[in-house]
Write a protein that binds this ligand. Sequence first.
Ligand code: NDP
Length: 314
Amino acid sequence: RKGTAVITGASSGLGLATAKALADTGKWHVIMACRNFLKAEKAAKSVGMSKEDYTVMHLDLASLESVKQFVDNFRRTEQPLDVLVCNAAVYQPTAKEPSFTAEGFELSVGTNHLGHFLLSRLLLDDLKKSDYPSKRMIIVGSITGNTNTLAGNVPPKANLGDLRGLASGLDGQNSSMIDGGEYDGAKAYKDSKVCNMLTMQELHRRYHEETGVTFASLYPGCIATTGLFREHIPLFRLLFPPFQKYITKGYVSEEEAGKRLAQVVSDPSLGKSGVYWSWNNNSSSFENQLSKEASDAEKAKKLWEVSEKLVGLA
Ligand code: NDP
């Protein structure tokens, strides 16, 4: 049978390119889990995906109710779940004030981390039930959260501190930042990516042996053309792609990045669990090192426990 992969945020950028790459193999049915149904339908058509290769289902990660609703709706389709890709993200580098999810969490961490945290915990049961030979859960990471890299050292740097802001609800009353500091949209995004990478490793430690599921994260390269940068100032959007292409040489096209993520979904040689994948300049994959904070097992455990409380699992 075909594999079934759920991809969050498949309506643009990396998620869409991955959906297309998987559909093109003829071996996958992709559930495009998106907040904007019409946009997702149009996006699928625009890249030439055929009807039988995908289903669009509504998911708004900025609402925990919507996450639960999505899981119910997915279960009602009675399809197996073979791979989950947590890809969606928001990035608000120029926001002066925080905005908030339906439950009142700062939007970047609320969407990118807490929404995916609840989704992955709930869907783990479905993955366990699948009889697919290589079941995987993938959470898209980023170089920007990794302070052991050049890109990760551009200020403001990611830093979760002792998680005091998160523990107090991330609701803007005490703080809207995980470390309890002043709001900074670019940092909130980087922090959320550190959470994504910590969550992947904690899932691996807690569930890999018991379930056989492969947990992985990746940095697909700098996809400087996606919608992620839509809220950045125009000059940045103009100069960022050529800068990445010719200066840092970290640039990848959406198509190439989609192929990389599709490898993490289905390539037999990328089946190892607990790995953060990256690609070198000739596009071969390797197991990359995470920064000290992004591989801190104690912090991962604490993040897990605090997040469970916030999303109502504990
Ligand atoms: P895009 O902005 O193109 O795509 C983000 C997707 O997330 C969109 O489909 C968007 O939906 C969706 N999304 C945003 N908020 C929500 C929500 N509340 N509920 C459901 N879906 C939502 O960015 P990219 O493709 O670049 O980003 C994809 C992933 O890649 C992210 O995890 C990002 O951190 C990561 N990444 C990107 C890099 C880059 O250079 N671009 C580098 C490293 C990592 P909609 O279409 O409705 O807006």
